[in-house]
Design a protein around this ligand. Sequence first.
Ligand SMILES: NC(=O)c1ccc[n+]([C@@H]2O[C@H](COP(=O)([O-])OP(=O)(O)OC[C@H]3O[C@@H](n4cnc5c(N)ncnc54)[C@H](OP(=O)(O)O)[C@@H]3O)[C@@H](O)[C@H]2O)c1
Length: 277
Amino acid sequence: MNETILVTGATGNLGGHVLARLQAAGRGVRGLSRRPPAEPGAGEWSAADLSAGSAGLGEALEGVGTVVHCATDGRTRQGDVQAARNLVAAALRGGRPHIVYVSIIGVDRHPLAYYRAKHEVEQLLEASGLPYTILRAAQFHDMLHFALSRAARLPVLPVLARTSFQTVDTAHVASRTAELAVDEPRGRVADLPGPQTLTMTEMARAHLRASGTRRPLLPVLLPGRVPRAYREGLHLAPGPVPGSRTFEDFLAGAPAVRVPAAARKPRLRAEHSRPRP
Ligand SMILES: NC(=O)c1ccc[n+]([C@@H]2O[C@H](COP(=O)([O-])OP(=O)(O)OC[C@H]3O[C@@H](n4cnc5c(N)ncnc54)[C@H](OP(=O)(O)O)[C@@H]3O)[C@@H](O)[C@H]2O)c1
C-alpha cells in the first residue's frame, strides 16, 4: 500500500497525467524517462533508457510495488519491445512489482507495426510470471488533433475515407490507469474507447469549426493493408463508451498540438552520438 509507484514515460502525455493523478491522491510516486522533466520540482525521478539495457533500472525499481508502463518511443518497432524486455527482466530481479501497461484496442488484429509491437509487449507481460494489468485504450483525441492539424496545412484537407475512430480523452485514460495502479493485478481489463464513433470526415469538420478554418475535404481511399484495417475498424471496440469528454469538447479547450510517439521521425545518427549536457 505504501510502496512507491514507478511511472515510466512520466514526461509524456499519458504518463504526465498518470503521475499527477497519483501524486494528487497522496501516493509515493517516482517518474522515469531518458530526459528529466522540463520543470524542476516534479518530484522523485530516475533517468534511464529502457530500450538500451538495465543501467539505472535497479535503482529506479527500489521500493517499487507497482510500475505504470507508459514509456514509448515509436521510432523503431523493436525499441518498445526491447524496453519492455529490459523492464520485465529488472522487475524479476527486483521485487516482482505489479506492472500496469496501457495498450491500444485491436493490437492483436491490426497490422500497423506500432500496434504489433504493443501486442508483443502484452504477450511478454502475460508470459513473464509478474503480476500485471493490461488496459487497451482507443487513440487519444490528441492523436487525431495532431493528424488533422498537419493535414489542415494543405489547401485541401485529406481524410481517410470510410474510416472511423472512437478517440478518447487522455486525462480519462490516465484516471482509469491510476485506478488500476492502486488495485490488485487484474490481467486484461475491459477496453476503454471514447464516448463516440466518428468518421474522420466528421472529426475534420469539428476540427475546422474549432479552429475557424475553411478547407474543402478530400476523402482518400489509400491502398494497402494498414489503411484497409482502419476502414474495417480493427482498431475499434464493439461500441463507444459514454462518460468522458467528446472530441468536440476537447477541441473547445484549444489544446496544444502534441506529436505522438508513433509519428516521430527516426533520430539522426549524429544526434545519437551527441553527448548529453
Ligand atoms: N497516443 C495515443 O493515441 C495512445 C492511445 C492508446 C494508448 N497509447 C499508449 O499510451 C502510452 C503513452 O503514450 P503517449 O502518447 O503518452 O506517449 P508520449 O507522449 O510520446 O510519451 C512517451 C514517454 O516515454 C519516454 N520514453 C520514450 N522512450 C523511452 C526509453 N527508451 N526509456 C525511457 N523512457 C522513454 C519519453 O521521455 P524521453 O523521450 O525523455 O525518454 C516520454 O516521457 C504508450 O504506451 C502508447 O502506446 C497511446
